[in-house]
Design a protein around this ligand. Structure first.
Ligand code: FAD
Length: 414
């Protein structure tokens, strides 16, 4: 398998369409480019990367971004975490558990964990994709599969035929509707309050290079520094009531945010007061799919496996998908249907597990005070959390393909 970049070579292999220019779609394009394949990325927005807030970039994603050759672009602004998953009790701030990352994370996994603005992560991927591959302002309204090609249809009455379609078009995926159930995502009954607090307005404890989670009845709140430490990303989860808007631009008031966290540690409510006008976002839910590749069409990232953000792995799993998919297509360029099935089989068990664990954290993080909460807190205090997460952080998506891929069985056909 040749993994060296083939930059500048004549397009070869299948004609690939990637739908969606988010983290997953751009990562897919970047890995395809590195593999010497050729793709076109269609994104509905007129520009890439304008929106978003903070993200944890865990070692499994960092090692892949490093291989794309542009990690330094991310590291210009990403903050290396010294402490990860610092769980605190809601009304006292008592530390229940924490990962001591400095030195140990590299020692165990070969990479650090970073916290970054989503835009900074996107930029480190954009520079790894040839500009001429990008088609912006192209909203897809349907995908049809024929025996020899798959065809994307856009709202400007244009179409594009491809040998392979990768649906990286997020939780509301149009592509998903072409190969799995076309039902809309369900509202989860939870929402996220989000804010980016200027560092100078944030209390000192929130400026530490730590990913801190305050957990309490029906709610939890997460904060960490981003953007070279000039800002603190704050995201808090609470019951949504009848609120169902899912948009980066919907606003809440500081009073609504404070009401949700009334009675919590005053250091936290001070941080909320510093938040300015918070955003509010309804969290969606979907059950895991049992398959996501069909013929020439496949899914990737949130389109395939949307998850609650409680394991901080949605973007990382999309990047893992991208690396595996590019390798499967490289190994089987003349039989994309085989390649897409192999990709699904290599990824689906792991992403389903992360989806399910993220889902379960909703209940675990939000236990009311009482015996179950005491049991949870005791469990959190046991063992080394960094080692407990080895199955996630130690996963090398590309090595996994080399170890597990057996391009022999053909895909099931209708
Ligand atoms: P998206 O980012 O949704 O991108 C889809 C793209 O497709 C968009 O650009 C969209 O415009 C485009 N598109 C959609 N439909 C069409 C169409 N019809 N035609 C053309 N283009 C289309 N992940 C982590 O790894 N770490 C974290 O710490 C973390 N924290 C999170 C916190 C919150 C509150 C939330 C909500 C998510 C968090 N995530 C985190 C998850 C992460 O943001 C997502 O999993 C990730 O962005 C998924 O990327 P994607 O490319 O699959 O989908």
């Amino acid at each position: 398998m040749n993994l060296s970049p083939q930059h500048g070579s004549t397009p070869s292999g299948p004609r690939i369409a990637v739908l969606g220019g988010g983290i997953g779609g751009l990562a897919a394009a970047a890995f395809l480019y590195r593999a010497g394949l050729h793709a076109t990325v269609f994104e509905q927005a007129p520009a890439l990367g304008a929106v978003g807030a903070g993200l944890v970039v865990s070692p499994n994603a960092v090692r892949l971004i490093r291989r794309l050759g542009h990690l330094e672009s991310l590291l210009e602004k990403a903050v290396p975490l010294e402490v990860g998953w610092e769980f605190r009790r809601w009304e006292s701030g008592e530390v229940l558990s924490a990962e001591q990352l400095t030195g140990r994370c590299e020692e165990l996994y070969g990479e650090r964990t970073y916290v970054a603005h989503r835009v900074d992560l996107l930029e480190s991927l954009i520079v790894a994709v040839p500009e001429e591959w990008l088609r912006l302002g192209k909203r897809c309204i349907g995908v049809t599969q024929y025996s020899e090609v798959a065809e994307l249809k856009f709202d400007d009455d244009t179409t594009f035929s491809a040998d392979v379609v990768i649906g990286a078009d997020g939780v509301h995926s149009v592509v998903r509707g072409a190969i799995a159930e076309a039902e809309p995502a369900q509202y989860s009954g939870m929402c996220a309050y989000r804010a980016i607090v200027p560092a100078e307005a944030a209390p000192e404890f929130a400026r530490r290079p730590a990913q801190t989670l305050w957990i309490g009845p029906d709610h939890h709140l997460v904060h960490y520094p981003i953007s070279s430490g000039t800002a603190v990303n704050l995201v808090a989860f609470a019951p949504a009531g009848d609120f169902t808007e899912e948009s980066w631009s919907t606003k809440a008031t500081i009073e609504e945010f404070l009401d949700e966290f009334a009675g919590w540690d005053p250091r936290l409510t001070d941080l909320i007061r510093a938040a300015g006008i918070p955003g509010r976002w309804a969290l969606l839910d979907r059950a895991p799919l049992t398959q996501w590749s069909h013929g020439r069409i496949t899914l990737l990232g949130d389109a395939a496996h949307p998850m609650f953000p409680f394991f901080a792995q949605g973007a990382a799993q999309a990047i893992d998908d991208a690396a595996v998919l590019a390798q499967c297509l490289t190994l089987d360029p003349d039989n994309p249907e085989n390649a897409l099935k192999a990709y699904e089989q290599l990824r689906i068990e792991r992403t389903t597990k992360v989806q399910q664990l993220s889902h379960a954290r909703k209940d675990i993080n939000h236990l009311p005070d009482g015996p179950a909460q005491q049991e949870r807190d005791a469990a959190l205090a046991q063992g080394d959390p960094l080692v407990k997460n080895a199955w996630l952080y130690g996963y090398d998506a590309e090595s996994w393909v080399k170890e597990e891929h057996a391009p022999t069985a053909g895909p099931e056909r209708d």
